[in-house]
Ligand binder design. Structure first.
Ligand SMILES: [Zn+2]
Length: 265
Protein backbone atom coordinates (compact mmCIF):
# COMPACT_ATOMS: atom_id res chain seq x y z
CA UNK A 1 0.00 0.00 0.00
CA UNK A 2 1.62 3.22 -1.16
CA UNK A 3 1.52 5.75 1.68
CA UNK A 4 4.00 8.45 0.65
CA UNK A 5 5.46 9.49 -2.66
CA UNK A 6 7.69 12.25 -3.94
CA UNK A 7 10.13 12.75 -6.80
CA UNK A 8 12.95 11.27 -4.67
CA UNK A 9 11.34 8.29 -2.95
CA UNK A 10 8.20 6.24 -2.44
CA UNK A 11 7.19 4.53 0.80
CA UNK A 12 4.96 1.47 0.95
CA UNK A 13 3.36 -0.34 3.87
CA UNK A 14 3.60 -4.04 2.98
CA UNK A 15 2.81 -5.62 6.34
CA UNK A 16 0.78 -4.81 9.42
CA UNK A 17 -1.06 -7.00 11.88
CA UNK A 18 -2.96 -4.08 13.36
CA UNK A 19 -4.22 -2.86 10.02
CA UNK A 20 -4.94 -6.37 8.73
CA UNK A 21 -2.44 -6.24 5.85
CA UNK A 22 -0.63 -9.37 7.02
CA UNK A 23 -0.58 -11.81 9.96
CA UNK A 24 -1.95 -10.37 13.24
CA UNK A 25 1.44 -10.94 14.94
CA UNK A 26 3.23 -8.56 12.54
CA UNK A 27 4.49 -5.10 13.29
CA UNK A 28 4.22 -2.62 10.46
CA UNK A 29 6.65 -3.49 7.65
CA UNK A 30 7.65 -0.70 5.29
CA UNK A 31 9.52 -0.65 1.98
CA UNK A 32 11.16 2.58 0.89
CA UNK A 33 12.27 2.95 -2.72
CA UNK A 34 14.58 5.55 -4.21
CA UNK A 35 16.12 5.50 -7.70
CA UNK A 36 15.22 1.84 -8.13
CA UNK A 37 16.82 0.70 -4.88
CA UNK A 38 14.77 -0.45 -1.88
CA UNK A 39 15.15 -0.98 1.85
CA UNK A 40 12.76 -2.89 4.07
CA UNK A 41 12.09 -1.35 7.49
CA UNK A 42 11.29 -4.17 9.94
CA UNK A 43 10.49 -7.71 8.86
CA UNK A 44 7.40 -8.69 10.84
CA UNK A 45 6.93 -11.78 12.99
CA UNK A 46 7.81 -14.40 10.38
CA UNK A 47 4.37 -15.99 10.80
CA UNK A 48 2.82 -16.49 7.34
CA UNK A 49 5.47 -14.23 5.79
CA UNK A 50 4.15 -15.03 2.30
CA UNK A 51 1.50 -12.40 3.00
CA UNK A 52 4.26 -9.78 2.92
CA UNK A 53 5.34 -11.17 -0.44
CA UNK A 54 1.77 -10.88 -1.74
CA UNK A 55 1.64 -7.21 -0.68
CA UNK A 56 4.99 -6.60 -2.44
CA UNK A 57 3.61 -8.05 -5.65
CA UNK A 58 0.46 -5.93 -5.38
CA UNK A 59 2.65 -2.83 -5.08
CA UNK A 60 4.93 -3.85 -7.97
CA UNK A 61 7.98 -4.26 -5.73
CA UNK A 62 10.63 -6.69 -7.00
CA UNK A 63 12.07 -8.35 -3.86
CA UNK A 64 15.50 -8.46 -5.49
CA UNK A 65 15.64 -4.65 -5.46
CA UNK A 66 15.59 -4.73 -1.63
CA UNK A 67 19.26 -4.37 -0.71
CA UNK A 68 18.99 -3.74 3.05
CA UNK A 69 16.62 -4.95 5.77
CA UNK A 70 16.78 -2.55 8.71
CA UNK A 71 15.22 -3.54 12.03
CA UNK A 72 14.04 -0.82 14.41
CA UNK A 73 14.77 -3.28 17.26
CA UNK A 74 14.97 -7.00 17.84
CA UNK A 75 11.56 -7.67 19.39
CA UNK A 76 10.13 -10.72 17.66
CA UNK A 77 7.09 -9.08 16.07
CA UNK A 78 9.48 -6.79 14.14
CA UNK A 79 12.40 -9.09 13.53
CA UNK A 80 11.60 -12.79 13.55
CA UNK A 81 10.71 -12.54 9.83
CA UNK A 82 14.23 -11.38 8.98
CA UNK A 83 15.53 -14.87 8.16
CA UNK A 84 12.70 -15.35 5.64
CA UNK A 85 13.14 -11.85 4.21
CA UNK A 86 16.87 -12.39 3.72
CA UNK A 87 16.20 -15.58 1.76
CA UNK A 88 13.61 -13.83 -0.41
CA UNK A 89 15.69 -10.76 -1.20
CA UNK A 90 19.35 -11.61 -0.70
CA UNK A 91 19.56 -8.35 1.27
CA UNK A 92 22.00 -7.55 4.06
CA UNK A 93 20.55 -7.28 7.57
CA UNK A 94 21.07 -4.22 9.77
CA UNK A 95 20.13 -3.85 13.44
CA UNK A 96 21.59 -1.87 16.32
CA UNK A 97 24.67 -3.60 17.67
CA UNK A 98 22.85 -4.36 20.95
CA UNK A 99 20.31 -6.44 18.99
CA UNK A 100 22.79 -8.65 17.14
CA UNK A 101 22.92 -11.35 19.82
CA UNK A 102 19.14 -11.72 19.84
CA UNK A 103 19.03 -12.16 16.07
CA UNK A 104 21.90 -14.63 15.88
CA UNK A 105 21.89 -16.56 19.17
CA UNK A 106 19.02 -15.93 21.59
CA UNK A 107 16.10 -16.05 19.12
CA UNK A 108 13.15 -15.11 21.35
CA UNK A 109 12.82 -18.15 23.69
CA UNK A 110 10.16 -16.26 25.68
CA UNK A 111 7.99 -15.27 22.71
CA UNK A 112 4.41 -16.44 22.27
CA UNK A 113 5.53 -18.56 19.32
CA UNK A 114 8.21 -20.42 21.24
CA UNK A 115 5.70 -21.11 23.99
CA UNK A 116 3.55 -22.80 21.34
CA UNK A 117 6.51 -24.90 20.21
CA UNK A 118 7.26 -22.90 17.07
CA UNK A 119 11.01 -22.55 16.66
CA UNK A 120 12.82 -19.53 15.24
CA UNK A 121 15.74 -19.27 12.84
CA UNK A 122 18.90 -17.29 13.38
CA UNK A 123 19.48 -14.42 10.99
CA UNK A 124 23.05 -13.27 10.44
CA UNK A 125 23.56 -9.52 10.86
CA UNK A 126 25.91 -8.04 8.28
CA UNK A 127 25.54 -4.44 9.47
CA UNK A 128 25.60 -3.79 13.23
CA UNK A 129 24.41 -0.21 13.60
CA UNK A 130 25.43 2.61 15.91
CA UNK A 131 24.02 6.03 16.65
CA UNK A 132 24.49 8.50 13.77
CA UNK A 133 25.26 5.84 11.17
CA UNK A 134 23.98 6.78 7.72
CA UNK A 135 22.52 4.26 5.25
CA UNK A 136 22.49 5.41 1.64
CA UNK A 137 19.48 4.42 -0.45
CA UNK A 138 19.30 5.68 -4.02
CA UNK A 139 18.94 9.48 -3.82
CA UNK A 140 18.24 9.64 -0.09
CA UNK A 141 20.01 8.78 3.14
CA UNK A 142 18.61 7.24 6.30
CA UNK A 143 20.18 8.42 9.54
CA UNK A 144 20.24 6.07 12.52
CA UNK A 145 19.14 7.60 15.83
CA UNK A 146 19.72 5.27 18.78
CA UNK A 147 16.64 5.66 20.99
CA UNK A 148 16.97 3.34 24.01
CA UNK A 149 13.88 3.10 26.20
CA UNK A 150 11.27 0.69 24.87
CA UNK A 151 14.29 -1.60 24.34
CA UNK A 152 18.04 -1.05 24.66
CA UNK A 153 18.53 -1.68 20.94
CA UNK A 154 15.74 0.59 19.65
CA UNK A 155 16.57 2.90 16.77
CA UNK A 156 14.61 5.40 14.76
CA UNK A 157 15.47 6.18 11.15
CA UNK A 158 15.32 9.79 10.00
CA UNK A 159 15.37 11.09 6.47
CA UNK A 160 14.57 14.29 4.61
CA UNK A 161 12.71 13.76 1.36
CA UNK A 162 11.96 16.82 -0.76
CA UNK A 163 11.92 19.05 2.30
CA UNK A 164 9.79 16.72 4.43
CA UNK A 165 11.27 15.42 7.67
CA UNK A 166 10.30 11.75 7.94
CA UNK A 167 10.81 9.40 10.90
CA UNK A 168 10.46 5.62 11.07
CA UNK A 169 9.70 5.45 14.78
CA UNK A 170 9.68 1.72 15.55
CA UNK A 171 8.12 1.18 18.98
CA UNK A 172 9.66 4.35 20.43
CA UNK A 173 6.88 6.78 19.52
CA UNK A 174 3.37 6.34 18.22
CA UNK A 175 0.71 8.71 17.00
CA UNK A 176 -1.17 10.75 19.58
CA UNK A 177 1.72 10.62 22.05
CA UNK A 178 1.68 6.85 22.38
CA UNK A 179 4.71 4.94 23.61
CA UNK A 180 5.94 1.38 23.31
CA UNK A 181 5.39 -1.30 25.93
CA UNK A 182 7.16 -0.60 29.21
CA UNK A 183 7.77 -2.82 32.22
CA UNK A 184 9.81 -2.95 35.42
CA UNK A 185 13.03 -3.23 33.41
CA UNK A 186 12.40 -0.06 31.41
CA UNK A 187 15.00 2.70 31.63
CA UNK A 188 12.58 5.62 31.73
CA UNK A 189 15.31 8.26 31.86
CA UNK A 190 16.82 6.86 28.68
CA UNK A 191 13.34 6.72 27.12
CA UNK A 192 12.66 10.34 28.04
CA UNK A 193 16.00 11.49 26.67
CA UNK A 194 15.44 9.56 23.42
CA UNK A 195 12.08 11.22 22.90
CA UNK A 196 13.50 14.65 23.75
CA UNK A 197 16.01 14.12 20.97
CA UNK A 198 13.25 13.22 18.50
CA UNK A 199 11.16 16.17 19.67
CA UNK A 200 14.00 18.55 18.77
CA UNK A 201 14.05 17.43 15.12
CA UNK A 202 10.55 18.69 14.20
CA UNK A 203 9.23 15.68 12.35
CA UNK A 204 6.59 16.10 9.62
CA UNK A 205 5.80 12.45 8.87
CA UNK A 206 5.78 9.70 11.53
CA UNK A 207 5.79 6.10 10.35
CA UNK A 208 5.64 4.05 13.56
CA UNK A 209 5.91 0.32 14.21
CA UNK A 210 2.24 -0.09 15.12
CA UNK A 211 -1.03 1.84 14.95
CA UNK A 212 -1.73 4.63 12.52
CA UNK A 213 0.85 6.77 10.76
CA UNK A 214 0.87 10.56 10.61
CA UNK A 215 1.46 12.33 7.29
CA UNK A 216 1.77 15.92 8.50
CA UNK A 217 2.51 17.84 11.72
CA UNK A 218 3.85 14.70 13.40
CA UNK A 219 5.96 16.89 15.69
CA UNK A 220 2.83 17.60 17.73
CA UNK A 221 2.37 13.89 18.38
CA UNK A 222 6.00 13.48 19.46
CA UNK A 223 5.84 16.60 21.65
CA UNK A 224 2.85 15.10 23.42
CA UNK A 225 4.89 12.02 24.31
CA UNK A 226 7.81 14.18 25.41
CA UNK A 227 5.52 16.05 27.82
CA UNK A 228 4.15 12.78 29.19
CA UNK A 229 7.60 11.32 29.78
CA UNK A 230 8.84 14.54 31.35
CA UNK A 231 5.86 14.82 33.70
CA UNK A 232 4.78 12.84 36.71
CA UNK A 233 4.41 9.06 36.61
CA UNK A 234 0.64 9.33 36.26
CA UNK A 235 1.20 11.06 32.91
CA UNK A 236 3.20 8.06 31.71
CA UNK A 237 0.49 5.57 32.68
CA UNK A 238 -1.95 7.24 30.31
CA UNK A 239 -1.05 5.57 27.02
CA UNK A 240 -3.56 7.22 24.75
CA UNK A 241 -5.41 10.48 24.39
CA UNK A 242 -8.91 10.78 22.90
CA UNK A 243 -9.17 10.81 19.12
CA UNK A 244 -9.86 14.54 19.17
CA UNK A 245 -7.44 15.68 21.88
CA UNK A 246 -8.77 19.06 22.86
CA UNK A 247 -6.25 19.63 25.62
CA UNK A 248 -3.47 18.94 23.16
CA UNK A 249 -4.91 21.52 20.76
CA UNK A 250 -4.97 24.02 23.61
CA UNK A 251 -1.30 23.41 24.29
CA UNK A 252 0.03 23.74 20.74
CA UNK A 253 -0.61 27.27 19.54
CA UNK A 254 1.26 26.57 16.29
CA UNK A 255 -1.79 24.58 15.17
CA UNK A 256 -3.51 27.90 14.52
CA UNK A 257 -0.71 29.48 12.50
CA UNK A 258 -2.36 28.52 9.24
CA UNK A 259 -5.94 28.39 10.48
CA UNK A 260 -7.07 31.69 8.96
CA UNK A 261 -8.94 31.33 5.66
CA UNK A 262 -7.02 32.58 2.66
CA UNK A 263 -8.05 36.03 1.48
CA UNK A 264 -8.38 36.19 -2.28
CA UNK A 265 -8.26 39.54 -4.05
ZN1 LIG B 1 8.95 -3.69 20.56
Amino acid sequence: MKIYTSSAATIYLIGSGGMGLSHPCDSHVYVIESAGECAMIDAGSGVKPERLYERMLEDGIDPLTIKTIILTHSHWDHSRGAAWAKRLTGARLAVHQLGVKTMQDIRWPTSHLEKHGIQSEAAHVECPLQDNDVIQLGRISLKVIHTPGHSDDSICLHTDIDGKSILFGGDTCFAEGGHGTVNAETNFRAYRDSVKRLDAIKIDVLLPGHKHFVLSRAFSHISLLERKLSGSWTDVVQTRVPFFPTWWLEHDSSLYDDAQPEVRS
